[in-house]
Design a protein around this ligand. Structure first.
Ligand SMILES: [Zn+2]
Length: 261
């Protein structure tokens, strides 16, 4: 069952990936997401249903039937990537004792995986983190925590989110004063609310430190190659959230070994 469910989760991820691609490319330009139909970016011809099947459309069509332009391979890569991380989350939190192997962590993991895809696209492409995915994620995480920990437990996670948000806000403001330029984007600070809600205080700090370690070589490389040190921080924050959430126990064990806390 594990394998067949992983295949289902993979394809579900590919479907969600193509939806996230639409959200992440249309919302920053203030285009509506639900009403206007998907169209060819080149000739604007409205796509038919068989041109909208995640993965397969790209593999079998490869070009727009009207203007014959090539369908960008990035669409295919994003669908593949989302499918792979959805299947990976299912595998990581698989529990044979539960219905279809799902656990509450599976659902939170899928929310994080969705944020990874959306933030990677919007922050690299438009240097922004959209509010709506953060709001929807926070509400979903609250509902899942309410279901698994009770109402008080869910409220506590909101409190932790606010605390991490406040710490990042103060840290960002102080750094901006010292370096005389914006150190942390508003989106990064809002994102830290979701981070705190999901990981709790201790692991949020681990994730923030990890994100800085992940971002450092990339910003150094970017500075050397393109003389530009304005690397978006969001993808590293959400990447670190993903890694710390999946390997929560391992990070916890390392902390216990290091500090006996
Ligand atoms: Zn076309």
């Amino acid at each position: 069952m594990l394998i067949s469910m992983m295949i289902i989760l993979f394809y579900f991820g590919a479907i969600m990936g193509s939806f996230y691609l639409v959200i992440a490319t249309r919302l920053p330009k203030n285009e509506d997401v639900l009403v206007s139909r998907s169209h060819c970016d080149n000739c604007k011809a409205i796509l038919k249903w068989y041109q909208l099947i995640p993965l397969f459309s790209y593999l079998f069509l490869r070009k727009c039937p009207i203007c014959k332009c090539k369908i960008p391979s990035i669409n295919f890569l994003i669908e593949m990537f989302t499918g792979i991380i959805f299947a990976f989350i299912y595998y990581s939190f698989y529990n044979p004792a539960t219905t279809l192997g799902f656990t509450t962590n599976t659902f939170i993991g899928l929310i994080i995986a969705s944020l990874v895809v959306i933030i990677f696209i919007t922050d690299f492409k438009y240097l922004m983190i959209l509010d709506s995915p953060l709001v929807i994620s926070s509400i979903l995480v609250f509902i899942i925590k309410w279901y698994s920990l009770g109402f008080i437990g869910a409220l506590k996670s909101v409190g932790t989110g606010l605390l991490i948000f406040a710490i990042m806000y103060i840290f960002g403001t102080v750094c901006s004063k010292i370096f005389k330029k914006e150190a942390l984007g508003g989106g990064d600070i809002k994102f830290s609310f979701v981070l705190g809600m999901i990981l709790g205080i201790k692991m949020s700090f681990i994730a923030i430190i990890l994100s800085a370690f992940l971002a450092l070589p990339v910003s150094v490389a970017s500075l050397l190659i393109t003389k530009n040190n304005e690397v978006p921080f969001g993808p590293f924050l959400v990447g670190a959230l993903f890694i710390v959430f999946v390997y929560f126990e391992k990070f916890n064990n390392i902390l216990i070994l290091l500090f006996s806390i």
